[in-house]
Design a protein around this ligand. Structure first.
Ligand code: GLN
Length: 186
């Protein structure tokens, strides 16, 4: 099994280490041809505006989008979740738009931009959640499952082959979310 991690900007190294620690192959996706033979993809945190621009500039945008729509499993964290979201509540232009949710960027404001919480993520109990200038989800379509909430705000969802998280599971020593993602694929 080979997982691709989008490596154009942001926190991709941490995801790669976890995937490799779990015994799967992990390729850094830097150009279109890196997308050819992957069984799953991770969209990491970082800056969604920069990532969205690079995906377009590097001509990877349409290929990633169609692969996800065709069922390629995707784990998206923070900026990655923003890339997937169908809508951004400020009205700014959305990116891949494959996940039928609305996100609010930098939703916790500047002061409270970074914090930690602990909560259940789907069937995974007491997961340590690290939020860094995080978004949250303000609306979901009916067929989206909510995996996690913090203070009654939605911070984790699953829709078909797509998992979107507002926090950073790669910044903890807890590998359960990545394990679950690999299980989903195998
Ligand atoms: N604030 C970033 C954005 O809007 C996301 C932050 C992150 O990925 N940690 O893209």
């Amino acid at each position: 099994m080979k997982i691709g991690v989008l490596a154009v900007q942001g926190a991709f190294i941490e995801h790669k280490k976890i995937i490799e620690d779990l015994g799967a192959e992990c390729a850094e996706i830097r150009q279109k041809k890196d997308l050819e033979d992957i069984d799953g993809i991770i969209l990491p945190g970082g800056e969604s505006t920069v990532q969205g621009k690079l995906l377009r500039q590097l001509d990877m945008f349409d290929t990633i989008r169609s692969k996800i729509l065709e069922g390629l499993p995707v784990l998206a964290t923070c900026a990655g979740l923003i890339l997937l979201a169908k809508d951004i509540d400020s009205g700014e232009k959305s990116h891949l738009g494959t996940l039928p949710v609305t996100v609010r960027r930098n939703a916790y404001g500047r002061q409270l931009g970074s914090f930690k919480a602990t909560g259940d993520v789907g069937k995974i109990a007491d997961f340590p959640e690290v939020f860094i200038r995080a978004p949250y989800i303000t609306e979901t379509s009916e067929d989206v499952s909510v995996l996690a909430t913090v203070d009654s705000k939605i911070v984790g969802v699953r829709y078909k082959n797509q998992i979107g998280l507002a926090f950073h599971p790669e910044m903890t020593q807890d590998y359960r979310i990545h394990e679950e993602f690999l299980r989903l694929i195998s």
